[in-house]
Write a protein that binds this ligand. Sequence first.
Ligand SMILES: C[S@@+](CC[C@H](N)C(=O)[O-])C[C@H]1O[C@@H](n2cnc3c(N)ncnc32)[C@H](O)[C@@H]1O
Length: 268
Amino acid sequence: MTGLDGVDYRPGDRAYRPAAGADLPTEWLKRQTRYWDTVAPVYDRHYSTEWSAGENAIVAARLSRLLPDHRDPRVLDLGCGTGLGYHLLTELRPHVNYTGVDASAGMLEVFRKKFDTDVHLINQPAEWLAAGRFADLDLVIAIFTSASYIDLPLPDLLERVGGWIKPSGGIYLSFLNRMSIGSLGSTGFGRVIDYSSRGMKSGTVPARRYSTRELIETCRALGLTANVVSLGPFAGLVESRLFMKANAVLSNSSLFGHTIDVVITGRG
Ligand SMILES: C[S@@+](CC[C@H](N)C(=O)[O-])C[C@H]1O[C@@H](n2cnc3c(N)ncnc32)[C@H](O)[C@@H]1O
C-alpha cells in the first residue's frame, strides 16, 4: 500500500472502523451512508451519459492545472465514491499517490472492483479526519458536489483541508449552489436541502448549499487564494447536446451554476 495514513477499507467492510474513542455517527452521517450505500450499485450507470463525459472533461482540465509537475503527486479525494476522481487523475498522470475517503462502504466496494486493489481507500466520514491527519499534500479534491455532504461549518472544513496541503498545494471542492437556476424550483434557497442523486426516484440525503460570496469570503479570511467556477447552469435541467457547448463556456463562472466549485491555488 502506498497510502498516506488512516483506516484502510477492505472489501466486505460494512461499518466505520473509527479510531478508539472517536465520535459515533450522527443522524446526518447515518443518512449519508444509508443513502449512498443504496445508490452505489446504480451510480455509475446514471453518470455514463455524453453530458457527464463533458462535465468530466471540464473537471479533468481543472485538475490538470492543479497537479504539480513532479512525479507521484500526493492527492486526497474526499467523498471519492466509485472512483471517478481516481480515474480522471490517473488518466492525467499514471503515477499518483492517491488516497480516497468515503463514508459509504457500498461506494468503496464498487471503486475497489473497478480498479487496482492497491489503491488506498479509507472508509470514514470526512468529518472524522482530524486536523493533523495529513500533511504536505499536493492536492485535495471533493468533486461533483461531494463537499456538500460534509457536515462541518464552512470555516472549519476549509481550515482543516488548508492545513493538509503544502503552501503551494491546490484544493478543488465542489459544493451545491444556493443560487442555481434549479434552486428556483421546489428547493428554494435554503442552506440545507434534501437532495436526490441523478436518476434516483426514492430517498433523499441532506446536503449543505453555499453562495459564491460566503465561499470566497471564507477563503479570503483564512488566507486561501481562491477562484470559483461551476459545472455550468444547465446540469440537471437541459442536458442535451445542443446546450453542451454553452454550458461549458458558462461553467467558467459560478453564477447560477448547479454547483460552485472552489479552486484554491495556495495558502498565504
Ligand atoms: C455525489 S457523490 C460523488 C462521488 C465522486 N466524487 C464522483 O465524482 O463520482 C458523493 C459522495 O460523497 C460521499 N459522502 C457523503 N457524505 C460524506 C461524508 N460526510 N464524508 C465522506 N464522504 C461522504 C458519498 O458516499 C458519495 O460517494
